[in-house]
Design a protein around this ligand. Sequence first.
Ligand code: GLC
Ligand code: MG
Length: 559
Amino acid sequence: MNMRTKEIPARNLTSEQAWWHSAVIYQIYPRSFADADGDGIGDLPGITARLPYLARLGVDALWLSPFYRSPQADAGYDVADYRAVDPLFGTLHDFEQLLREAHALGMKVIVDLVPNHTSDEHAWFQVALQSAPGSPERARYIFRNGKGQHGELPPNDWQSVFGGNAWSRAPGDTQWYLHLFDRRQPDLNWDNPEVHEEFEDVLHFWLERGVDGFRVDVAHGLIKAPGLPDWSGQAAMVEGTQDSNIKAGPMWDQEGVHDIYRAWRRVLDAYPGERMMVAEAWIAPPERLVRYIRPDEMQQAFNFDYLLAHWHAAEFRKVIDASLAASASVGAPTTWVMSNHDSVRHTSRFGLSTPGARPKGIDAASEQPNEALGLRRARAAAMLTLALPGSAYLYQGEELGLPEHTTLDAHYRQDPAFFRTHGEEIGRDGCRVPMPWQADAPSFGFGPSQKSWLPQPSNFVRYAVDRQDGVSGSTLELYRQLLQLRREYALGVGQLRWVEESATANTEVLVFDNGSLRAVINFGLEPAALPAGTVLMSSEPLDAAGRLSGNSAAWLAIA
Ligand code: GLC
Ligand code: MG
């Protein structure tokens, strides 16, 4: 691997913009990051113990997926108490310590907020089930009478995102309740002021403890179209994103959601520091998405069009241009994201015969990704992503080049989508496998015991942190170096300028400048001549003729 060949001038981060405009934010999936107590499930003390690793990696902020009290029917995205830490993960004191230590190391902390639905074990839902139809207790959720002579049919034809009916009837009950996800995740009724008050209070609870922001789960789903009209489509989180002609169903992207975020923005703005919100909203086109990040709403939205892009130069370029233009139209920064806890890891997606496809899970019977090719592309993709202006999200393990677990046995699976679709959807467990920290330790150093809530595949041995730490050319060192250069060159607050030059008149190569850094990404198989500039680093060694080999990338310094 080509290391720096030129001394880099120190550059100040002279941004007057808030931190989140340009932040690199690392997603921690708490149950799979690090297990301190040896029960096989990651926990908050485990994260705290690994904070120095994250600071050394060079990220600006952490986003923690839910660690709240929950029966874990959807891995914590089913919250039973929004103000309590689940004993599985530790205590509120553990969280406060994590926050304090992260701040001391210069990292911000964002927590997950799940406002579309609660757990069926939430006190509100429990009391709703015991209350009469039409009662104020039921009015916090979406209870309706069924259709048919005896109400035996669901109130409308909506399907759950996880498969099956979006309505369930509580045993012995005359009414049905709506759940866009699992039956253990009843949707809240956001037409009810009490729900608004409760969530504003939850925001205060965590803001007072010092969190720097919230990742808002299913941000496009809170308000449903009046009358809950029938809809023949299948509700899916990604619907509409690939084809902007597909109109989102009546459960998504309703106008009323924006008032909620305006109110929350006022709550956040009353606190010192630059507190922020990021929307998880799977909607298209980008012009619709950026309505969530207008100046008086949230600060960021995940750019899932980027996550969904296939490994082709033209496709990436198109998504990048469209994203930058749409965000600029509302004065917000873009975000870039390739992986998260809901998608097959991009290292593996880029190794499929349709590179970048997003299957709903991979198992032993599926096409197996080409691991080496996927990794090579993922390394080049990191050099693309981290050279772009705006904010970037990393998913734990991607800095190791970690692949999906593609051969997990069905009996280990826990994702409700797998069960609700009767295995038709393999589900998301494969990207949620515990992190390998040490090649030669039980559970690859995930915890002090053999236990790991999902088994780790044997190939994780090659990706363990201790196999990569300090090893020149390793993916971990690549990420560390990229993050350092990103800081030095202030890429996050920069401007992108495409470079079209004859030397690289190869349609599989993208070249752009961001300040005095030039990024070159070769999506093709053929080696490509490098444009002018001094090579700072490359994802693969240059060939004997000094060319950039296929499926690799380089960063150059330009005058
Ligand atoms: C979001 C989460 C996902 C969860 C769903 C329901 O998409 O990222 O993990 O299953 O919402 O809360
Ligand atoms: Mg544990």
